[in-house]
Design a protein around this ligand. Structure first.
Ligand code: UD1
Length: 428
């Protein structure tokens, strides 16, 4: 497997184009199942998770055309998806276990065809991550739900019907599944305590272009009036706020200055507030956001929360940044129960971090030292890359597979801004 070598200590300066959001692209690709007309998506990032979702959709009978590979200096590609006929209703274990977001085909499949078989995802590095809320929402919409040999079997032979769905916990993909299913249900559906993440908003906006009727987009209460049919649409995917937040922290950890082209401040609100407290300035420009850390980096406390709170997907990166800040920071994870796997690796690089249940106390150290590290999930891996950018000496990040799931050409984008970073190809 490939690895990435980083020689730390370079100050990052320049412009980085922010790619389309992975977490918006995945439900948008799944939304193609809702119509027999073509759905044309642009700004789709070139990521392993997107390839996984595309191969799942291909197995279900969706015809996918790729036009426009990423051009030099720009990211994103166009994808046209056409589900004239859904020829298969099974999402098999070997794909779902690779990527939990495969569960996003459950709602669209049962809404369009009246039946779906989706493998239960099973465990995950960052926690148990059940899908009971997805199943409960579809049951509310009238689907019969059974568990059968490790598969969720959903059936609604006479179609779904609108209902009130109250989520006890905010769930991003659960809200997306319920919203997609409700667009083809008979009558009105209300989703209470809906996720408000920008990726949910992007999906809702595309569904509206496809002919869906959705009120309350961006709020925690969505009202969806079901339609008999949806049509095709053209949609450009929202920029990835997690990639933008990660690069903002890369600028800060190297005392550099990066302009993040396409990044939106309103999508980074609470992360931007915390970064400001820590001494990082973020200003809007005509093209995106300018991030710089001129003075001393100070410790700041964070607690992860659903949007608009601080995102759990930036927690690991923030911890890497705080590990060289002056003073202490308390980082509390409230979304996933096991999302501190980066801590032992950061400690190997010299960070001073102690975990107390769901909180990590980070005491800033003057210097990190390069080491050979690896992580078992995407955001943990990128936090080690940030630490490597600031560390003295070489850092080797193994299992680059995780980075490729969610970051498009990470080492190229950072190297173009001065990072001494390269991919080392595994021997064949
Ligand atoms: C999505 C994101 C992921 C992000 C997470 C939280 C995608 C593809 N992934 O994941 O990057 O870290 O939101 O912002 O968009 N839960 C249940 N039962 C369920 C569903 C969720 O108990 O049926 C719990 C989870 O275990 C977790 C919490 O609800 O504790 C929130 O998870 P959720 O928002 O569903 O995460 P995902 O949608 O899987």
């Amino acid at each position: 497997m490939d690895s990435i070598r980083i020689r730390g200590g370079q100050t990052l300066r320049g412009k980085i184009h922010i790619s389309g959001a992975k977490n918006a692209s995945l439900p948008l690709l799944a939304a193609s199942l809702l119509t027999d007309e073509p759905l044309a998506l642009s700004n789709v990032p070139h990521l392993v998770d997107i390839v996984t979702m595309a191969s799942l959709l291909g197995q279900l009978g969706v015809d996918i055309k790729l036009n426009g590979m990423p051009a030099a200096g720009r990211t994103g590609r166009r994808m046209e998806l056409k589900a004239s006929n859904v020829s298969n209703i099974t999402a098999p274990y070997d794909l779902v276990r690779k990527m939990r977001a495969s569960i996003l085909v459950l709602g669209p499949l049962v809404a369009r065809t009246g039946e779906a078989r989706v493998s239960l995802p099973g465990g995950c590095a960052i926690g148990s991550r059940p899908v009971d809320l997805h199943m409960g929402a579809l049951r509310k919409l009238g689907a019969e739900m059974e568990l059968d040999s490790g598969y969720i079997h959903a059936r609604a032979p006479h179609g779904l019907r609108g209902a009130e769905i109250v989520f006890p916990t905010v769930t991003v993909t659960g809200t997306e599944n319920a919203m997609m299913a409700a667009t083809l249900a008979k009558g009105e559906t209300t989703i209470v305590n809906a996720a408000r993440e920008p990726e949910v908003v992007d999906l809702a906006q595309c569904l509206v272009k496809m002919g869906a009727e959705i009120d309350g987009i961006g709020s925690d209460r969505l009202r969806i009036t079901g339609k008999d049919k949806l049509r095709g649409a053209i949609h450009s995917i929202v920029p990835d706020r997690i990639e933008a937040g990660t690069f903002a922290m890369a600028a800060a950890i190297t005392e550099g200055e990066l302009e993040l082209i396409g990044a939106k401040l309103e999508h980074l609100n609470s992360a931007a507030i915390v970064l400001n407290e820590a001494g990082v300035t973020i200003t809007e420009t005509s093209e995106g956001l300018l991030v710089k850390c001129a003075g001393i980096l100070r410790g700041a406390d964070i607690m992860t929360e659903p949007f608009p709170g601080f995102p759990t997907d930036l927690q690991a990166q923030m911890m890497a940044l705080m590990s060289i800040a002056s003073g202490a920071s308390m980082i509390t994870e409230t979304i996933f129960e096991n999302r501190f796997m980066h801590v032992p690796e950061l400690r190997r690089m010299g960070a001073n971090i102690t975990i107390h249940n769901s909180s990590a106390l980070v005491r800033g150290v003057p210097i990190l030292r390069g080491a050979e590290v690896m992580a078992t999930d995407l955001r943990a891996s990128v936090s080690l890359a940030l630490a490597g950018l600031a560390a003295k000496g070489d850092t080797i990040i193994n299992r680059v597979y995780h980075l490729d799931r969610g970051y498009e050409r990470l080492e190229e984008k950072l190297a173009a801004c001065g990072a001494d970073m390269e991919r080392i190809k595994a021997a064949a």
